[in-house]
Design a protein around this ligand. Structure first.
Ligand code: HEC
Length: 163
């Protein structure tokens, strides 16, 4: 009797400790250090695309991102990372500001855009206040990278780079 009960008690303790550890580790961005001088690529190497998918809910009010899905208030964003600006959805009526901006959506530019779209391309029609947390922007970019884009290496490729 007694040994069985104490085994159960130890089991509970272990389960509790594991749960606490799980909650404590890497669950929230708040656990990640502030790295004011880090480049976007440095943040991206430790970004969490799964969290980016959750954060994308704030974008989903205006953007679809699955292949072939219709535009909303904003263009479908499938494959946008790495693509030329104003091209992710050819049928979308982009503003002149966006169409004449030129260049591509590399990670640095996307990072600046997500922080403050009106500063990066003045006069565009994406009325969105911007994402202030650099880790959240990195997570969002990592998520965009998983949606039809080949710009970012997948985590598996990154692991294989040393071989
Ligand atoms: C209130 C609606 C709205 C929200 C919310 C919004 N966007 Fe947009 N977005 C737009 C519109 C409208 C455009 C097109 C702007 C133009 O043509 O001037 C756009 C354009 C873009 C583009 C450029 C697409 C291209 O083909 O060049 C990207 C990238 C983008 N949004 C990403 C995001 C992300 C990521 C989020 C969430 C963090 C977000 N947007 C939130 C409305 C929105």
């Amino acid at each position: 009797m007694r040994p069985a009960r104490s085994t159960a008690a130890i089991g509970c303790l272990v389960a509790g400790a594991i749960a606490a550890l799980y909650l404590w580790s890497g669950q929230g961005r708040s656990e990640r250090p502030l790295m004011p001088n880090a480049t976007v690529m440095e943040l991206l190497s430790r970004a969490d695309a799964g969290n980016g998918a959750r954060l994308f809910r704030q974008c989903a009010a205006c953007h679809n991102i699955s292949k072939g899905a219709p535009d909303r208030n904003g263009p479908n964003l499938y494959g946008v990372l790495g693509a030329p600006v104003a091209s992710s959805s050819p049928r979308f009526g982009y503003t002149h500001a966006l169409r004449s901006a030129g260049g591509r959506w590399d990670a640095e530019r996307m990072n600046a855009w997500l922080e403050d779209p009106q500063r990066v391309i003045p006069g565009n029609r994406m009325f969105f206040p911007g994402v202030t947390d650099p880790w959240e922007r990195a997570d969002l970019i990592a998520y965009l990278g998983t949606q039809g884009s080949t710009l970012l290496p997948s985590p598996a490729d990154r692991g294989a780079q040393g071989r």
